[in-house]
Design a protein around this ligand. Sequence first.
Ligand SMILES: *Cc1c(COP(=O)(O)O)cnc(C)c1O
Length: 233
Amino acid sequence: MTLLKSQFDQVFERIHEAEQASGREGQVKLLAVSKTKPASMISELWQLGQRDFGENYLQEAADKITELKKLDGLVWHFIGPIQSNKTRDIASHFQWVHSVERFKIAKRLNDQRPDDLPPLNICIQANISNEESKSGANLKELPELVVAISQLPKLKLRGLMAIPAPESDPEKQRAPFKKLADTLESLNREHHLDMDTLSMGMTGDLEAAVAEGATMVRIGTALFGARDYSSRK
Ligand SMILES: *Cc1c(COP(=O)(O)O)cnc(C)c1O
């Protein structure tokens, strides 16, 4: 058994145990965060049945997407910061974007989504850890943002994403995830939306995220090992 396969099994085991602990069996999808990792590792995970992969850097991702075009059923998720001049390529290469923080970016993704592709799945990145983190839309901006994005025809608004400030105490990890889950629920209720995705939980806090309702956990390190930034072009 390869190291990658055994790490893949361990991540599944962690997810499965966390699901069981909160009575949520089968409700959590693994997003394999493959930034800095070679196409060969993605291909190996694909052979083991993994389909959803997350990338942060457009050029690196575009190279891998092209290289792996022959693999059936791969689903690519963009999860990194988005500059305006990158929206066209993101809109044409990816099926999901988790890191939308502003209407301007959403509008560009909508306008640049190729007509022959289905709507691009969108999560809005929310800032749930107050001033410590600069990324993500503020909670008070969210109602207006979700309503506006939900009306763009070539986007499908799926839910919310967050990266809480690092916290090693598992009990304290839960509070920001609960806040994101409560926010999704109240936005759905108050604006008659049907968002179904909570993209939350990484290597260090996936159990806390699953306990609070994550539907997608984004796992890099536990799956692929430490990131290799020297491999970036
Ligand atoms: C890199 C990254 C991850 C994966 O983090 P790990 O701690 O390595 O599991 C998840 N989400 C986002 C947005 C990332 O940039």
